[in-house]
Write a protein that binds this ligand. Structure first.
Ligand code: PMP
Length: 304
């Protein structure tokens, strides 16, 4: 059971988390017509009177775009203000994760996005490591990532996570930690809730934006940092067989941060991961406000 933050934002007000409940007849529960965000926050190690939120603006913008796919006009500024208020109400003292969610909140049936009430809520939970920071084993999933012609993959649409769930459980049932999904073209796409990176001969590769991936905010940050550190980067389609002969592989995501991959199927990888480690250290230093670079990525929310 998770430790939830005590206050939630629900139906336009702040209420105790235990009172933020929806009906079994809620439209989104039946049709997957929700969309969400996911942000990590932590008390500033150097000043516990302020909370650090990584790339809050980008997370709010992506959720606003997801809402747009759902025919719900929810400006990024409004989401950002609710999240800031949410943090000030909760006064978190440990690292946490925020889940903002937009959904069709009508009670009633028939899948559609028109003529159906939409709503927006926010809640949070304490969160440590989501995946083992020492490395994870991955199975190539028999489930493929959906195609953008079937649903808007640039949104974090809740219904789409059936594929992630099938893939993750298939992997865990087979003794692996995580799943790597290929796209409909058979190219490497991403994991159940993370983007994927590969290092070969000193170059950092990741699937390009038109490979049916989620446009991950951690992915974008890692690419930017790699370029600044002088690591050559390339965004392109990646073949499954390239993974097996990679020098380093890792996953990236808000929850997973930068998680090395120690094995894919029956191919194991060295624990010597100079590029992954360099990027991981830089990314954590920035998110923890220990590095002045990209201080504009770190939103500082005063608790008083
Ligand atoms: N892909 C999927 C399917 C995800 O759910 C996530 C997590 N949001 C990511 C990639 C990574 O995105 P981000 O770095 O923005 O958290």
């Amino acid at each position: 059971m998770h430790n939830f933050l005590p206050i939630a934002y629900f139906e336009n007000q702040f209420v105790p988390f235990a009172e933020a409940n929806i009906s079994i007849a809620t439209h989104a529960l039946h049709y997957g017509t929700g969309a969400f965000g996911g942000l990590r926050g932590l008390p500033d190690p150097a000043n516990p009177e302020q909370i650090l939120l990584f790339r809050l603006d980008r997370h709010c913008q992506r959720l606003s775009h997801s809402a747009r796919f759902m025919h719900f006009d929810l400006p990024a500024d409004k989401i950002q203000q609710v999240i800031v208020d949410f943090i000030q109400k909760n006064q978190p003292s440990k690292p946490f994760y925020i889940r903002p969610f937009v959904y069709t909140s009508d009670l009633g049936i028939a899948p559609r996005l028109h003529n159906v009430k939409k709503d927006f809520f926010v809640y949070g939970l304490e969160l440590g490591d989501y995946l083992s920071p020492d490395g994870v084993s991955c199975r190539i999933s028999s489930w493929h990532r959906q195609e953008d012609r079937s649903l808007p993959l640039r949104g974090k649409i809740s219904g789409a996570y059936i594929t992630s769930s099938l893939a993750k459980t298939e992997a865990v049932d087979a003794g692996f930690d995580e799943a790597i999904l290929l796209n409909a073209q058979g190219k490497v796409c991403e994991a159940s809730g993370m983007n994927i990176f590969m290092v070969r001969n000193g170059t950092l590769y990741t699937p390009s934006m038109n490979q049916d991936i989620l446009e991950g905010i951690t992915r974008d940050s890692i690419l930017t940092l790699a370029r600044e550190l002088g690591i050559p980067t390339e965004e392109r389609a990646i073949d499954k067989s390239e993974l097996f002969i990679a020098d380093e592989l890792f996953l990236s995501g808000t929850a997973a941060r930068l998680t090395p991959i120690s094995r894919v199927e029956n191919y194991t990888f060295s624990k010597d991961r100079p590029i992954s480690e360099k990027l991981r250290e830089k990314l954590s230093a920035i998110t923890e406000n220990r590095d002045p670079d990209h201080s504009d990525w770190v939103f500082k929310i005063p608790l008083k």
